[in-house]
Structures are given as C-alpha cells and as structure tokens.
Design a protein around this ligand. Structure first.
Ligand SMILES: Nc1ncnc2c1ncn2[C@@H]1O[C@H](COP(=O)(O)OP(=O)(O)OP(=O)(O)O)[C@@H](O)[C@H]1O
Length: 254
C-alpha cells in the first residue's frame, strides 16, 4: 500500500503558545482534491501552513509522502501558492522568469536551465492559459493573471501535491475558469490537491472532499456541503452528512 500524501494526526497548532487548532487530523491520499472551508479566521491557512512545516505543531504529528515532516527533504514534490502574494511587487520580472523560478528546487540554483526546464515552464504557462504573455512583465498583468502566474510557477516544479491558499480569491471569472482547467489537468495527471477556499465557483466539480474548520477543530470531513442559499430551494432535500449543528452562515459565500 502506498503512503498517504499527507497525514496530519492529532495536531495542535497555534502562534505564540496560543492554539488555533486542537487535535486536528487530516489524511490525503494520492489523486484527491480536498477543499478546506470555514469562516474567516477559523484556521484554514494555519492548517495548510502546519502541513508544510511553515507553522510548528505543538502536539501530534505530520507526515509527507510517508516521511515525518522534520525528516522530509523532497520539497520539490510539493508546490505551494500562499495567500495573497502579489507576483508583481514592483519587480520587473517577466512572466517566464517568475514561472521558471518554480524550477529552482528541482534543478539547483547553480545549474543553468536546460531543455526540460524550459519545456516545463512552457507547459505550465499553457496550463493556465498565459502562453501568449510569456515575455511580458508580470506587473502589466491583471490580479487574476498574476495569480495564474503563481500557480504556473508551482506547476512548473512538477509537484505531486499542490497546496493552494485561496487561489481564486478576488480573481476574475476568466482566470477562475483557466485555473479550474489547470487543476483538472493536474489531477488527471495523478496530482493531489489541498486548497483553501472561500468560494469554490468553477472549482466545485473538481473537489472530491471538503474539510470544514470550525471552532479550533475539523467540524466536517466528507462531501462538499451545499451553500446556505440552496436550503431555500423547494426541491432541496435537507440531508446533512456532517453535524447536527450547522455553523451559521458558513456557506453563504460559497
Ligand atoms: N502569524 C500569525 N501570528 C499570530 N496569529 C496568527 C498568525 N496567522 C494567523 N493568526 C491567527 O490565527 C487565527 C487563524 O488564522 P488563519 O489565517 O489560519 O485563518 P483562516 O481561516 O485562513 O482565515 P481567512 O479566511 O481570513 O484567511 C486567527 O485568529 C489569526 O488572527
């Protein structure tokens, strides 16, 4: 049996000794596309940062591809797009340069880019629909297009696990569709995805499982919950696989 891609077991995570999440467990197997949902400030980002070792865990354990996180060295197997990171930032880098930086962990900084690197960068740009902008300065792209550049950078590294923190927040509809297409292709190629989301939008059909963070724990782990507005539909069957008490207003924005 192959190891889970990610295994968080009974983890307590917080900042400055103040726990945000207590006794949380989450397992991702290869090929899953898991959405982390929850209200503002519930700890969604904290959960994915803990998975990647960006926030230390106080108790419990995290393993990546079967290796305890503290001994894990194969970071090129993971692509990470953090929340609200501007790709432009006043730096006059071109789209290609930013995406090519996603190859560094794989090829090493000192070895010049080879044919495989260039092919990976071109494929990643095609995947997010930005091949025609390859030579443009990132700063000249829209916010949604810049977000797609960051996703292409993560894809260019050829990861097996993609971790995305609110990849479509504030992103225009065309970029959301392009992103959904890129994610579908990544999944169809055997990739695993963990993404934090407020609104699933065009990503919804791709999500195989949803995890809801609520009151310092995981309140639901299973089917994607229906948006709150859906309850008003006359033909809506009121079946909830998760909990008796539904966190008020949690789904309103989905
Ligand atoms: N670096 C940090 N230092 C101290 N506290 C933090 C830090 N990052 C987050 N927090 C706190 O931890 C809690 C959870 O934050 P987190 O960003 O994980 O929530 P979230 O569910 O991702 O929120 P949002 O949907 O608004 O992005 C919040 O109370 C937040 O203020």
């Amino acid at each position: 049996m192959t190891s889970p891609v990610l295994e968080i077991a009974h983890a307590t995570v917080g900042y400055d000794g103040r726990p945000v999440l207590r006794d949380v467990s989450l397992t991702l197997t290869a090929g899953e596309v898991v959405a982390v949902l929850g209200a503002n400030g519930s700890g969604k980002s904290t959960l994915v940062r803990a998975a990647l070792g960006l926030v230390p865990i106080g108790a419990g354990s995290v393993a990546l591809f079967g290796t305890p996180q503290r001994r894990f060295r194969q970071w090129h197997r993971i692509g990470y797009v953090p929340q609200r990171l501007g790709a432009g930032g006043g730096v006059p880098a071109t789209v290609t340069e930013v995406v090519a930086s996603g190859r560094l962990a794989r090829r090493g900084v000192l070895r010049p880019a080879g044919r495989a690197d260039r092919a990976a960068v071109a494929a990643a740009l095609r995947a997010v629909g930005l091949a025609d902008r390859a030579g443009d300065p990132v700063a000249t792209l829209s916010g949604g297009q810049q977000q797609r550049v960051l996703i292409a950078r993560a894809l260019a590294g050829g990861p097996e696990l993609l971790v995305l923190d609110e990849p479509t927040a504030g992103v225009d509809a065309a970029s959301q569709e392009a992103f959904a297409g890129a994610l579908r292709a990544f999944r169809d190629g055997g990739g695993t995805v963990l993404l934090v989301a407020h609104e699933l939008g065009p990503l919804r059909p791709l999500i195989s499982r949803a995890v809801v963070v609520h009151q310092g724990g995981i309140a639901h782990d299973g089917a994607v919950p229906e948006p709150a507005g859906h309850h008003a539909d006359p033909d809506h069957e009121h079946v909830h696989p998760h909990c008796d008490e539904e966190p008020a207003g949690l789904w309103r924005s989905i």
